[in-house]
Ligand binder design. Structure first.
Ligand SMILES: NC(=O)c1ccc[n+]([C@@H]2O[C@H](COP(=O)([O-])OP(=O)(O)OC[C@H]3O[C@@H](n4cnc5c(N)ncnc54)[C@H](OP(=O)(O)O)[C@@H]3O)[C@@H](O)[C@H]2O)c1
Length: 337
């Protein structure tokens, strides 16, 4: 059997996916054959100009079912980092993985980006929760119903692992902040900021009042975009090395949280330039975040998570709450509408 590993990236030009794809490009490993499915022809053009050896580019959407099934069926490892709420795209990926396993008789690997939005508790900014979800506590995670944000997709992925044709790993970051680094960021190929969070800041500036849900008493998990890539890289290396501690399927949830922040602290920073805080009405939420119910909820929900699995694999995040707030202060200071 060939020792070359085929890795497929979906969402590799995104804010989170960019540093991850960059790391694999920068490995310059002749035993890795990288393919990126990219929907934007402009980004494909920019990537072509970089002339990265061993990187194949395919223009298309993850909603193109036959294309996704075919690309996935040719991969040993798939990074799915485009949209954690798109069940149809996830199902195409899973069918492709099944085909791969039927042909090679080796279980392909899926590393899927989800988020702590699944921990939503309906607080709407009214209270701070004491509950911290641990990714080692499978029973606690399994109390989350399928109706929670991202959960229908996560459950379909875990079920695929149960069926035995793939090994799945789900990575669940909290709010991701910071400046992405790596070749895609340097060359202006990837999304440079967290678009969802930027939408909150933009909405705050537009209405002349820092936006929040209720009183902003909810506590959320936060992670730095570089440290998210660190975790994914450690996870990939541990999976490939067959490290005993790596769980998959129902044991394969990996929260990414290095600090907890009470939402009102974030609002303190936004308020310094956008104007005195005022809670969003439902009409405003629908105006500024249309068709994004999980995001609307995320701004007001508690979502505290302990990354015990990743730490057991050697992940050592260093960013703390005050550094996240400083980063944010810097971003707000230079914000242009
Ligand atoms: N950012 C956060 O704080 C955060 C926290 C937790 C979970 N998440 C989840 O993590 C995932 C990635 O987040 P992100 O912040 O990196 O988002 P992002 O910057 O919007 O990146 C999404 C990536 O997926 C690609 N994509 C989107 N729709 C596609 C389609 N139909 N076909 C092919 N590619 C498509 C985008 O392509 P383009 O390059 O053309 O835009 C981009 O590369 C999302 O599911 C998000 O909900 C994000």
């Amino acid at each position: 059997m060939s020792s070359v590993k085929n890795i497929l990236f979906i969402g590799g030009t995104g804010y989170i996916g960019g540093p991850i794809l960059s790391r694999f490009i920068e490995r310059e490993d002749p035993n890795l054959s990288l393919t990126a499915l990219v929907r934007s022809p402009e980004k494909v053009e920019k990537l072509h100009k970089l002339n990265v050896r061993g990187l194949k580019l395919v223009i298309g959407s993850h909603n193109d079912v036959p294309l996704v099934e075919r690309l996935v069926s040719e991969a040993d490892v798939v990074f799915s980092m485009a949209d954690c709420d798109d069940l149809q795209a996830a199902e195409s990926i899973l069918r492709g993985l099944k085909r791969r396993c039927e042909v090679t008789h080796v279980k392909p690997i899926l590393i899927h980006m989800s988020g702590t939005g699944c921990l939503a508790d309906g607080a709407q900014g009214a209270f701070s929760s004491e509950t911290v979800y641990s990714d080692l506590d499978v029973a606690q995670i399994e109390t989350l119903p399928a109706t929670q944000p991202h959960r229908n997709v996560d459950l379909a992925i875990v079920e695929a692992d149960n069926q035995g044709y793939t090994e799945t790993y789900i990575v669940l970051p909290g709010l991701v902040l910071g400046t992405p680094h790596g070749i895609l960021a340097r060359e202006g190929v990837q999304n440079p900021t967290n678009l969802a969070f930027a939408a909150l800041i933009r909405a705050s500036f537009k209405r002349g009042a820092a936006g929040l849900r209720g009183e902003g008493k909810n506590i959320i998990a936060v992670a730095d975009v570089t440290e998210v890539a660190d975790l994914v890289e450690i996870l990939y290396d541990s999976v490939i090395a067959n490290t005993a501690e790596v769980g998959h399927g129902r044991y394969g949830y990996h929260f990414v949280s290095s600090a907890d922040i009470i939402f009102e602290k974030i609002v303190d920073v936004i308020e310094s330039r956008a104007g005195k805080r005022r809670a969003f009405t439902q009409e405003e939420l629908d105006l500024y975040f249309p068709n994004q119910p999980s995001l609307q909820a995320f701004f007001g929900d508690n979502g505290r998570a302990d990354s015990a699995r990743a730490r057991a694999l050697g992940w050592k995040p260093v960013k703390a709450t005050e550094e996240f707030l400083l980063t944010l202060r810097d971003e707000i200071e230079h914000w242009q509408l």
